[in-house]
Ligand binder design. Structure first.
Ligand code: SF4
Ligand code: SF4
Ligand code: SF4
Length: 258
């Protein structure tokens, strides 16, 4: 049980994303009833109606993908003591940044053809590019245990820190066999750990959903990928899934974007 004299007011907000992170929270709250006793959820479109003038904690899911999103994000920031990026879309622009390798204008035309002019959109970005963010729950989707741990720390007035060691460390400590000999372009050497190396551990490979460590060595990663018989295109495909924003993928001229 988390002892609280005053129940902190907590809100959940969504921008561009699949809402999978919010669903993870809804699932978790059904089994961790002590959390519901410790907080007062005052805004959460996916679970209840209602709004609040002040929030102690605002969890924001999704990327900022339109100029008009910025005003809503700033309004959440203005009425919240602390803002937390919930999931990869909010933290690092996530899969939304996949389209950063082309112009927004070209992407709109490809999807909406002659109706493209009706669509408001700009280069997807994490919420931290628009407002100050106090903490992050990483991943796509978030890990419920991560969320629980980070929420408890925030309720205790502590600042949750992300791990800064790579996923490879978790592979080693769990004796998971490396997938490089299978020619899988794993991003474990440059990705923040904390997920238990769940993808390599299940026969897939890391595509970087928790974001990069603070000093990613791309040159060494590229070399080890080539040394294992994979190509720079293989590496590029892995990097583009989640890391376009963090790695600053360049794009053609944005003329004509909103
Ligand atoms: S981080 Fe993943 S699960 Fe969460 S909203 Fe974005 S796409 Fe969905
Ligand atoms: S499978 Fe990936 S994360 Fe695991 S040791 Fe190999 S490169 Fe690192
Ligand atoms: S292994 Fe990589 S892609 Fe998979 S959950 Fe962990 S950080 Fe995300």
């Amino acid at each position: 049980m988390i002892e609280q004299k005053h129940k902190p007011q907590v809100g959940f907000f969504d921008f561009s994303g699949c809402e999978g992170c919010q669903l993870t929270v809804v699932d978790l709250l059904q089994t961790r009833l002590e959390l519901l006793e410790a907080i007062n959820i005052v805004e959460f479109r996916e679970a209840l109606t209602g709004t609040a003038d002040h929030l102690d904690l605002a969890f924001v899911e999704g990327s900022c993908t339109r100029a008009e999103d910025e005003a809503r994000l700033k309004s959440i920031r203005d009425r919240s003591t602390r803002v937390v990026a919930l999931g990869a879309c909010a933290h690092i622009a996530g899969v939304n940044a996949l389209r950063s390798s082309t112009s927004t204008d070209a992407a709109k035309k490809a999807v909406y053809a002659d109706q493209a002019h009706l669509i408001s959109s700009y280069d997807p970005r994490p919420i931290g590019a628009v407002i100050a963010v106090d903490a992050v729950v990483p991943g796509c989707p978030i890990d419920p245990e991560d969320f629980h741990e980070i929420l408890v720390k925030l309720l205790q007035g502590r600042t949750p820190e992300l791990s800064d060691s790579p996923v490879c460390m978790e592979c080693k400590s769990r004796e998971i066999e490396c997938v490089y000999p299978l020619r899988r372009p794993c991003l474990g050497p440059i990705t923040r750990s904390g997920c238990g190396a769940i993808c390599p551990g299940n026969g897939f490979y890391c595509v970087g959903c928790r974001g990069t460590v603070s000093n990613p060595n791309l040159e060494a990663l590229s070399q080890v990928i080539l040394d294992h018989g994979m190509s720079s295109d293989d590496l590029e495909r892995s990097l583009s899934m989640f890391l376009n924003w963090q790695l600053g993928v360049s794009k053609p001229c944005e003329a004509g974007d909103d």
